[in-house]
Design a protein. Sequence first.
Length: 373
Amino acid sequence: MLNIADTLHRWCRDARPFALATVVEVRGSAPLPVGTSVAVDEDGNAVGSISGGCVEGAVHELCRQVLHDQGAPQRAWFGYSDDDAFAVGLTCGGELDVLVQRVDPATRPHLTTALADVVEGRPAAVAQIVEGPEELLGGTLYVDAAGGTRHGPLTGALRREIGAQAFALLRAGRTARAEVGGDAGTCPERLSVLVHVHASRPRMLIFGAIDFASALSRAGRFLGHHVTVCDARPVFATAARFPHADEIVVDWPHRYLERTSVDVRTAVCVLTHDARFDIPLLRVALTLPVGYIGAMGSRRTHDERLRLLSEAGATEDQLARLRSPIGLDLGARTPEETAISITAEIIAHTNQGTGLPLSHLSGPIHRDGVPAP
């Protein structure tokens, strides 16, 4: 639902009821991920898309029906039809499970608060029950950046468990489903909860103010990262040379990395090409819970780097986390091509992709991305 937060916030602020259709499960290849929503108000105005166009008409009609009947939430399934690829279904070959529910903002003030946080750029998570007892289906709970739950209809142990699951996904920056309940202490019935997450931009830390770093900062910014360029040499680390970076830091790389905040979505890209900077920096990076660590250099440089890191105390498990030489084998030569090579590896690593051509693989094209350990 957070893909249409601006409009939903306005409707909630105006106390305007609406029907919300949300993709709660995807099987096979589908154009949009779990958590994507369409909403329809009482005047028939629609916002959002869940399939890129091929089932929107059917979803719109179902939303109008649910909104008019004011009944319980409904589930709908849309899939590819071998008999008629142009019937209501996904011609891309995937399958979507969609939950459609009526939302009355007057009874869900916590949803207005959550959407306001999203619109204003603050981290937020909305947990939505998508499978479970009818009286709980469609229920929502808001979790803020500090892990607090606000004004959701759930109470007691169930609220605490859902809140904990939502907060964990918020810290990971990932929209996903979580299973809760199934015991006397929380809820006798097993529940499936879809946690919609709006998180701060993942960080890309680029060390080494060289031409390759300039191209990489531009690519990282394009992909939605908060980009920091760090170098100990003030003559090179300037805003004029790195206009696409969100932050320029003049400091020794390892010293900056020791004091800055990182998480499992952070990408550390070491382009310094100098063991004086590389080794202390990588020694710190390999101990941190970041998602990606890559270092530029030849294979000879890599072998020497491993030797020096081992002498500095790095373990085999830590060294196994290092992506060096950095990037995928795209035959890249220019700074711009190298930036694509590096960001392609970050994407593949984050989403557990193979990096192989899709034409050489079988099975679903899209998969649920999970933060790499």
